[in-house]
Design a binder for this molecule. Structure first.
Ligand code: DX5
Ligand code: ZN
Length: 224
C-alpha cells in the first residue's frame, strides 16, 4: 500500500498556479487534488474543464479530480479528455453510479467514488468492485478551510475493514480539515491517500508543511 499526499489546489494561488504546482513537484508530491464545483451540488463554484486542461499541460503529476457536480454523466467525457487521471464522482450525485464508474474505466481513467459525511460507507460497499478508490469526505464538500469532522473516521474504518475482509485493494482517500497535526487520525483509520488544501497552501511555509506530511506518510509506509 502506497501512502500518498494529494494537495488541494483549491487553496493554491490561482494567479500563480504553475508556481504552486512546481512546489508540489519539487517536494516529491505524487498527486494534485483538483476540486470541481458546479454551484448546485455544492453552494460554491470553483474551476472547470479548461483549467484542468491547462494544469495537464503544465505537469505530469497524477490529477486527482474531485467532481462536486450534480450531473457527472454530462461531464465525464470532457474531464477525461482534459487529462484527469483519477475521476471522483459523488455517490449522492444524480445518475447510475455503477454505469458511470464503468464508463470512467472504459475511458482509461481511474474510477473513484466519494461519500459526504452523512452518507454511510455501507451504502457504497456494493460498488467496491468498480472503483480504484473511495474518497471519504471529512467536511461537507464546498469549501476549503473547514474543521475535520471526527465521526467520518467511521466511514474510513468501515471501508478499510471491508477491504481487508474481502482481500480487495482499493485506496481510501480522505478530504477536508486535514493537517500534519491531525493526519494520524485518518491514517490510523486505514486511509492511505490524504488531501490537504489550506494546511499546505495557507501555511507560512508550504514546503515545510509538505515535508511534515511526507515524513509522517513514510513512517506509515515503513510500518506495513
Ligand atoms: C472541499 C474540497 C476539499 C478542500 C479541502 O469541498 O473537496 O478538497 O479543498 O480543503 P482543506 O484541506 O482546507 O479542508
Ligand atoms: Zn476535494
Amino acid at each position: 500500500m502506497k501512502y500518498i499526499l494529494s494537495p488541494s489546489l483549491l487553496s493554491a494561488d490561482f494567479t500563480r498556479l504553475e508556481r504552486d504546482i512546481r512546489l508540489c513537484e519539487n517536494n516529491n508530491v505524487p498527486y494534485l487534488h483538483v476540486d470541481v464545483m458546479d454551484g448546485h451540488f455544492v453552494p460554491n463554484i470553483s474551476i472547470g474543464v479548461p483549467v484542468v486542461k491547462s494544469i495537464r499541460q503544465c505537469t505530469e503529476l497524477v490529477l486527482d479530480v474531485h467532481l462536486m457536480i450534480s450531473q457527472p454523466e454530462r461531464y465525464i467525457d470532457a474531464f477525461a479528455e482534459a487529462g484527469s487521471d483519477i475521476i471522483n464522482i459523488h455517490y449522492e450525485a444524480e445518475g447510475d453510479k455503477k454505469a458511470l464508474l464503468k464508463k470512467i474505466r472504459e475511458m482509461g481513467r481511474s474510477p473513484a467514488l466519494t461519500i459526504k459525511p452523512n452518507t454511510s460507507y455501507k451504502e457504497v460497499l456494493e460498488l467496491a468492485d468498480y472503483v480504484d478508490m473511495f474518497l471519504v469526505m471529512s467536511v461537507e464538500p464546498g469549501f476549503g478551510g473547514q474543521s475535520f469532522i471526527e465521526k467520518t473516521l467511521k466511514n474510513a474504518e468501515g471501508l478499510a475493514r471491508f477491504r481487508e475482509k474481502h482481500g480487495l485493494d482499493y485506496d481510501i482517500e480522505m478530504d477536508g480539515g486535514i493537517s500534519a497535526s491531525n493526519v494520524a487520525k485518518p491514517l490510523d483509520a486505514g486511509v492511505n491517500v490524504v488531501v490537504a488544501g489550506s494546511a499546505i497552501f495557507g501555511a507560512e511555509s508550504p514546503e515545510r508543511e509538505i515535508t511534515r506530511f511526507n515524513e509522517i506518510l513514510s513512517r506509515y509506509e515503513a510500518m506495513i
